[in-house]
Design a protein around this ligand. Structure first.
Ligand SMILES: Cc1cc2nc3c(=O)[nH]c(=O)nc-3n(C[C@H](O)[C@H](O)[C@H](O)COP(=O)(O)OP(=O)(O)OC[C@H]3O[C@@H](n4cnc5c(N)ncnc54)[C@H](O)[C@@H]3O)c2cc1C
Length: 462
């Protein structure tokens, strides 16, 4: 019986397990090793904002793993990989041998190398434990002042959660504007104005020099600009780096992440990698990329799982996309949104917090940026349609000139070029995707569907 070993408990790992079981019906042995419970980091902001309890971040539990006949070693770390001996040594002293292995170890927050970075009350915000730590710190202080160092996409998902709690918020960003790896400057300025109008203090273009604790336990953060900010908690959100420790010293090839081919195999064919730790095929690029986002992790897990189960599945590549509700302002960017070679069509209305940029290579949209109010349904559907156009890599032909004249009418080219039809027919594994079976503690959702809602969620004929 083939023995598959998977290291990790995030979306790559759970999707790989489910795919293997969907394809082999239980005819293999699976061992999953994860130092954290299986969960989705993407849900952490909803726990932080108290919209869901901690348990709703979980994506699998013991009962679910038993149902899938998976030996889940939770709370254990893989500490050493022996590629030639095909085995992994674990933190509890045991070792597990494998026929094939999936490295789904994700990434970890980068720490700051400045005095005071290790003080209590200065923390990253990436894991269940970090979220717990921040919630505990907030318990004793009804409306804490949180200073976030770094203004990136993930930091801002958390900032929005803290804003919902009514906390006092400050942000310091080294680059000249917020969300520097997601938005261009004009778009970012709209976000800054939106946040300032909601009481968030923002300083860009300056670095943090040191953090000291004051006599009343606050953190005093000194900036290169000479300014100082006092806060109850400092959240360090200056980026993440792939967890590459296991492959260091092996022959597995690494660039920014573990290099994988379109079957998610490393240069050692029986070792696969996926998600934040992997550098793989990317749409609109001939270079492999690390796309440290949830949709890529899900795709990678499914494709790696299918190949481990003996299928031959090739991945077309991940689409870089960041979609963020920033305190009520919807921000999205896709593909090569910063391509200086592309032809740009821009509409901007700062007074209404509207910004749209389409980037063209020939008659194909190869990147896009959207800013608009989260209650603007037209903008939200347009974002979905642009995502579909990019995912299907559909050339728009004469509709390019139409969009130049009618930039808010994306629906017509979307329909005329049959993008929905292409999306409906596209499958990652050559078969329809199945819904996940996991529900926390076996509970089924109890939300009742109201009459207005039912026309959107019920299929025809029901
Ligand atoms: C707060 C937050 C919000 C986010 N929001 C979004 C969003 O809105 N949209 C989006 O697209 N993405 C979002 N992301 C990013 C997204 O969560 C990641 O891209 C995704 O989780 C990557 O999945 P993964 O399976 O590769 O790794 P992970 O989810 O990080 O899982 C890896 C797991 O492996 C474990 N592990 C690592 N090394 C070992 C080892 N040696 N032994 C045992 N276990 C190990 C880790 O502890 C971890 O549990 C967010 C991330 C965070 C933190």
């Amino acid at each position: 019986m083939t023995h598959h070993v998977i290291i990790g408990g995030g979306p790559v790992a759970t999707n790989a397990v489910e795919t293997i079981r969907m394809l082999d019906g239980g005819a293999s042995q699976i061992t999953l090793i994860s130092d954290e419970p299986a969960h989705s980091r993407m849900v952490l902001p909803y726990w932080l904002s108290r919209e869901v309890p901690r348990e709703h971040t979980y994506t699998a539990d013991d009962a679910y793993f038993q149902e899938l006949n998976v030996d889940a070693k939770i709370g254990v770390r893989a500490v050493r990989l022996d590629v030639t001996g095909k085995s992994v040594e674990l933190s509890d002293g045991s070792s597990v041998s494998f026929d094939d292995l999936l490295l789904a170890t994700g990434s970890s927050p980068i720490s700051l190398d400045i005095p005071g970075a290790d003080l209590p009350g200065v923390q990253p915000l990436w894991s269940l434990q970090h979220t717990d730590q921040l919630l505990k710190a907030a318990e004793s202080n009804g409306r804490p002042h949180v200073l976030m160092i770094g203004a990136g996409f993930i930091g801002f998902t958390l900032l929005s959660a803290m804003h919902k709690r009514g906390w006092q918020l400050s942000v310091v960003e080294r680059e000249s504007h917020v969300l520097p790896r997601m938005l261009d400057e004009p778009a970012a300025r709209l976000v800054e104005a939106w946040l300032r109008a909601r009481g968030v203090q923002i300083q860009c273009g300056t670095e943090v020099r040191e953090i000291v604790e004051t006599s009343d336990g606050k953190k005093r953060v000194t900036l290169a600009s000479g300014d100082a900010i006092e806060a109850d908690v400092v959240v360090v959100a200056v980026g993440v780096a792939p967890n590459l420790e296991l492959v260091q010293g092996t022959d597995i090839q690494v660039d920014h992440g573990i290099l994988v081919n379109d079957r998610l195999q490393t240069n050692v064919p029986f070792i696969y990698a996926g998600g934040d730790v992997a550098q793989g095929p990317a749409l609109y690029s001939d270079q492999p990329a690390v796309h440290a986002i949830h949709p890529t992790a899900v795709d990678h897990g499914r494709v790696a799982g299918a190949n481990m189960a003996g299928q031959e599945v090739h991945y077309p590549g991940s689409l870089l996309m960041n979609i963020l509700d920033c305190c009520g302002l919807q921000c999205a960017s896709f593909g090569n949104w910063a391509d200086p070679e592309a032809e740009a069509m821009v509409i901007s209305n700062p007074g209404m917090s509207i910004y749209r940029k389409l980037l063209w290579t020939g008659d194909q949209i190869t990147g896009a940026i959207f800013i608009g109010r989260a209650n603007d349904m037209g903008m939200l559907t347009d974002v979905g349609m642009i995502k579909g156009i990019l995912q299907t890599q559909t050339p728009l032909g004469e509709w390019k000139e139409f969009l130049r004249e009618n930039p808010f009418d994306i629906r017509r080219p979307y329909v005329a070029r049959k993008v929905a039809h292409k999306l409906a027919g596209a499958t990652l594994l050559g078969r329809p995707a199945l819904p996940r079976h996991f529900h926390f503690a076996g509970k089924q959702p109890t939300t009742t569907v109201g009459p207005a809602h039912s026309m959107l969620v019920q299929t025809k004929g029901e």
